[in-house]
Design a protein around this ligand. Structure first.
Ligand SMILES: [Zn+2]
Ligand SMILES: [Zn+2]
Length: 371
């Protein structure tokens, strides 16, 4: 992965921004189209960033395949973004400099409601997201950041560093993991079981290791995923069958179960299994959302009662989680480069979406809008 070059650092260069740019536009289910669209114009309160890298989220794949009411046809998608500041409105000149590298999270909260003011802005009811309602997304060459996204959004200024922008594009998914593990009080010496060995499950395992987990098991139903998960730093990588998991619990947890159990996959089966492998007073996090059609969960709830288990869910992240995630990548506390299966130009986004659907050895694919 080579370092991105061509940082824009002079007034002359900022004037060279073209009137139009390349973008991939979502036109409807399974329809993505590469188009030449107007480059966003900025006001004195905005900045313009050049998108260096935008990684494809599992949610992008789902939305392109199934549709989603927050992403109407005509949307430029993509929210796992790393970019470079190339134009600065007059009122933002004290905050940004030309050529400043940044990375973004997904959700821009309102900044004013109770959730926003008490540090849980991922629960803000008035949130908007890049690549969703926000006018602009990462599958384009440029994006405007407006005053709201600058003031309240998950925007991290990156100091000079030797990492690629592709790596910082993984800040957003890592931030969701930071939220997820923080919420279940993950800490030194705890054991953790993660269902789902996709990119999020692998990031969870890496983060748990950094946080001092004493024993990490990662499981999945898909053999390709299990093979790809060898990069995860988990102590055990096993099929998510009850037979395999019971063996692990007996051998490595004295039959007690795990302190923390995470479901990082979109299957109800994992949620139903999770309760059986959690230790007394342990915590389960339903981290992965389920499809709308999933129906209702059925499990023997008395287990929660007698084992004093805490069952919770988490979703998304706040600007603070994104700051933590970016710093962990920056300071090499989490190595994310090995999750990058492919980097592709904008033209190949439709093929990359297909690759992610059909070949589960692909973990993260990042799009470089400048090729
Ligand atoms: Zn994402
Ligand atoms: Zn709010």
């Amino acid at each position: 992965m080579s370092e991105l070059k061509g940082e824009c650092s002079t007034m002359e260069q900022q004037n060279q921004i073209p009137q139009t740019m390349k973008a991939v536009v979502f036109k409807g289910i399974d329809q993505l189209q590469l188009e030449e669209v107007p480059t966003p114009q900025i006001s004195e309160d905005d900045i313009l960033i050049r998108i260096d890298s935008c990684s494809i989220c599992g949610s992008d794949v789902r939305i392109i395949s199934n549709g989603y009411h927050r992403v109407p046809p005509g949307t430029i998608m993509g929210h796992e973004i790393a970019g470079t500041v190339v134009k600065i409105g007059d009122n933002q000149k004290n905050k940004f400099s030309f050529g400043q590298r940044i990375c973004l999270g997904a959700d821009i909260p309102c900044g004013h409601c109770t959730w926003c003011q008490t540090g849980s802005s991922n629960n803000c009811k008035n949130t908007i997201a890049y690549g969703h309602e926000y006018p602009g997304g990462g599958f384009a060459q440029y994006m405007k950041l407006d005053k709201r996204s600058i003031d309240f959004g998950p925007l991290v200024l990156l100091p000079h560093n030797d990492l690629s922008q592709d790596e910082f594009a993984l800040t957003e998914p890592l931030a969701c993991c930071v939220n997820g593990l923080e919420y279940c009080n993950m800490s030194i010496g705890k054991t953790i079981l993660i269902f789902g060995a996709g990119p999020l499950g692998i990031l969870m395992a890496k983060l748990a290791r950094t946080m001092g987990a004493s024993f990490i098991t990662l499981c999945d139903i898909d053999p390709d995923r299990l093979n790809a998960a060898t990069i995860s730093e988990a102590d055990q990588i096993v099929p998510s069958t009850d037979e395999a998991l019971k063996k692990i619990v007996d051998k490595h947890t004295q039959g007690e179960g795990f302190d923390v159990v995470i479901t990082a996959c979109p299957t109800m089966k994992a949620q139903e299994q999770s309760i059986h492998y959690t230790k007394n007073r342990g915590v389960i996090n339903f981290f992965g959302g389920l499809p709308q059609t999933a129906g209702n969960l059925s499990f023997p709830s008395n287990i929660l009662h007698y084992k004093e288990i805490t069952l919770l869910g988490s979703h998304g992240s706040t600007p603070r989680h994104n700051q933590i995630a970016a710093e962990m990548i920056l300071h090499k506390k989490i190595y994310v480069k090995d999750l990058l299966s492919q980097t592709v130009p904008l033209e190949q986004l439709p093929k990359a979406i297909q690759d992610l659907k059909t070949d589960k050895t692909n973990l993260k694919i990042t799009v470089r809008p400048w090729g």
